[in-house]
Ligand binder design. Sequence first.
Ligand SMILES: [Zn+2]
Length: 375
Amino acid sequence: MTVVDIAKELIAFDTSGPPAREQACAQWIKDFLEDIGFEAELQVVEKDRANVIGKIGRGKGPGLVLSGHIDVVLAGDLGLWKVTGPFEPVVKNGKIYGRGACDMKGPDACILQAVKELAKESYKRQLSVVFTAGEDTGGWYVTKVLEEEKITTDDAMCGVIPEPSMMEIIPVHKGSGGAKVLIHGRAAHSSKPELGINANQKAADYLYALRGLQSKLDETRHPLLGPTTVECTMMNGGFKSNIIPDQARLTLNFRLIPEHKDPEISRRWFEDMIASLSSKDPEFKAELTSHRASEPLDVPLDSRIVTTLRDILGTRIVGAPYYTEAVNYTRAGIPTVICGPGSIDQAHTPDEYVSLEQLELGVSTFKEAVKRICV
Ligand SMILES: [Zn+2]
């Protein structure tokens, strides 16, 4: 079997969702790993859904973990698939087509091919592989792998997730968050506005202050990610054209650089804006009704995994606009970066593909990384 054969096998399993059913594909991966000498485990997380964890050189001290996901996004409008059906992979003009070709069954195949070619080596450090359910389709079951200690700092000291990055190295990406602000006004007939307090007008004051916050945030730029951004993405207020609105609601969405990773920081921005507007305007009344913030990925550029991949590839170190499981591994004490074949531009699209050249580069890179860290 070549990396292309493995990719075809994986793509042929319909693991699209929601609802995604990864278990049959997970079982195929487990059997593959056992055939080449890995200890492998199926971790069933829900009906028809499972992660796979494989280990070789167990107990030899923490080495590398290579981690991919098994689920893929829905095929969408089948009429838009011109080259082949989503689960009938074909190779054409140096590319393999099918749902998940680049995100990320092609990259998964690179992991499997690389570890197969190295299965007979004698390991100085443990090599682990993980294939998760629910990365793109709901569930985020990498958390089960880590919570149930299937992979710990005793297994791995660093990790790579081959999300499509054209084999560029991504040690940092932004965290994301959301908040809701409820603005209180006072209803009155619109012919007598002086009797009411217009919540929509007060919301406009808040939005204006938000632009001020952004200007301040623009002063702190991460070298790879730029500044934290804060946007109001939804707003509604009022219920009748001739009534002064008594309530307005703003939904905020923000993307955080590592400097702002403590969730309390962003919470304070939005609360302080309310406090500041209220102190200048006694009629301004608002509250932050919800707030959540997820952590950015922030693996140091001089960490072992970054320098190892940079030595092998010589490619650029860049930031990513999207959120990944690398945060979970890194938070668990295993610094993990993104580096995988194919372009994110082809992910989630009809006629998804990855070039065979990128797959070959994936295999050779992961092999070399395993050699340098584990063999
Ligand atoms: Zn992905």
